[in-house]
Design a protein around this ligand. Structure first.
Ligand code: ATP
Ligand code: MG
Length: 372
């Protein structure tokens, strides 16, 4: 276990710059998840940490030791790739044991590590098989087992669960979380799966075009996105982002929505929610998560941070566990996450609450979040 300092890493392939000044300092035992669209540089950063690619600039410190120029084998890092390469001629047990044998770990200790890792990953019954006689999911577990057997200072996982079916993926996600809670290992983990990122991470780094957009806890990234990109990227359904004009009111601000159809809605926003003083008379982007919109069962129970507005139902999508409803409010469309058994039909008008404790606003030009 160790700290990892990624210090101003840059990387260019020829004339193309794919990483811009990436700096992340990880505490011992931290579980960092890298997310971002395809091609944003996640695997390149992982390969640089592992020593498989050389950075164009910057430094890497593992446990305060400069490893930037060390060969991969000297870094004490284990990596699991999306395309896990198992040795085809070795049994599962030998595959898991191999990195230990390379490091001259005594035989009895090796056998014990293989046994405990196999038990953890539930592959004990497969230990004598060759990789070709395994399913994709089983092979992936062997690859994870091989990484775990070594107890390195740092684990790198690049989309390790992407070849698994939905149920196994869920099980493995829970296993990885348990594993991390038990080992307190330092882990960098890449995934495309939002839920995986939210559930596993102690911090999430959201990347776009080789630039870190935000580095924060899952709570911060989800509730206080640094900009509209992060707001739209994290969470499913996407955060509602709607243009509104800011105005001054007695006890705070107003956000005025105006639709092309001439409909409008004025929402009173208390001072404490967001500081719009620099935006009076200007357009801002108002951001509200789908779960911050709910049906108004009790119009009298309006709390100081809930606002009653009129909505028209445009589309209804039952997902099983809840119902997503596309609603028109003040001439703009919002997605709301409602209870599964909600009684709505397309075209009807209904009152809904907007929970302003979840409101965030963004500068319409820079797209950065307004306020602390
Ligand atoms: N060896 C290479 N030579 C030239 N360009 C490369 C090389 N490796 C990666 N790239 C480019 O660098 C950029 C980042 O690639 P990378 O594989 O790091 O993305 P990623 O975030 O891992 O994407 P994905 O989510 O699809 O795995 C891409 O535009 C890619 O085409
Ligand atoms: Mg990749």
């Amino acid at each position: 276990m160790a700290t990892l300092d990624i210090l101003g890493i840059n990387k260019s392939f020829g004339a193309v710059k794919v990483l811009h000044d990436v700096t992340i300092q990880m505490a011992d035992g931290e579980f960092l998840v890298l997310v971002g669209p395809s091609g944003c540089g996640k695997s390149t950063l992982m390969n640089i940490i592992a020593g498989l690619e050389e950075p164009t600039g910057g430094a890497l410190h593992l446990d305060k030791q400069d490893i930037t120029r060390l060969a991969p084998a000297d870094r004490n890092i284990s990596m699991v790739f999306q395309s896990y390469a198992l040795y085809p001629n070795m049994s599962v047990a030998k595959n898991i044991e191999f990195p230990l044998a390379m490091r001259k770990v005594p035989k009895a200790q090796r056998a014990e590590r293989v046994r405990s890792v196999a038990a953890l990953l539930q592959i004990e019954h497969l230990l004598d098989r060759k990789p070709r006689a395994l399913s994709g999911g089983q092979r992936q577990r062997v690859a994870i087992g091989r990484a775990l057997a070594r107890e390195p200072k740092l684990y790198l996982f690049d989309e390790p669960l992407s070849n698994l079916d939905a149920q196994l993926r869920l099980d493995m996600r829970t296993e990885l979380k348990k594993l991390h809670q038990r080992l307190r290992a330092t882990i960098v983990y890449v995934t495309h799966d939002q839920i995986e990122a939210m559930t596993l991470a102690s911090r999430i780094a959201v990347m776009k075009g080789g630039v870190i957009q935000q580095l924060g806890t899952p709570y911060e990234v989800y509730n206080k996105p640094a900009n509209t990109f992060v707001a739209g990227f994290m969470g499913s359904p996407r955060m509602n982002l709607v243009k509104a004009t800011a105005a001054r009111a007695d006890a705070g601000w107003q956000l005025i929505l105006r639709g092309a159809d001439g409909r409008s809605e004025t929402i009173d926003v208390p001072h404490a929610t967001v500081d719009l003083s620099g935006y009076i008379g200007q357009e801002v982007l108002m951001g509200l998560r789908a779960e911050a919109i709910c049906l108004a069962r009790d119009p009298n129970g309006q709390s100081p941070l809930r606002r009653l507005v009129r909505a028209r139902v445009v589309v209804i999508e039952p997902t099983g566990s809840d119902t997503l409803a596309l609603l028109q409010i003040g001439g703009h469309e919002f997605t709301a996450r409602l209870e599964p058994d909600v009684q709505l039909h397309v075209g009807m008008e209904t009152d809904v609450y907007l929970d302003l404790s979840k409101l965030v606003c963004f500068d319409a030009k820079s797209e950065a979040r307004i306020g602390a």
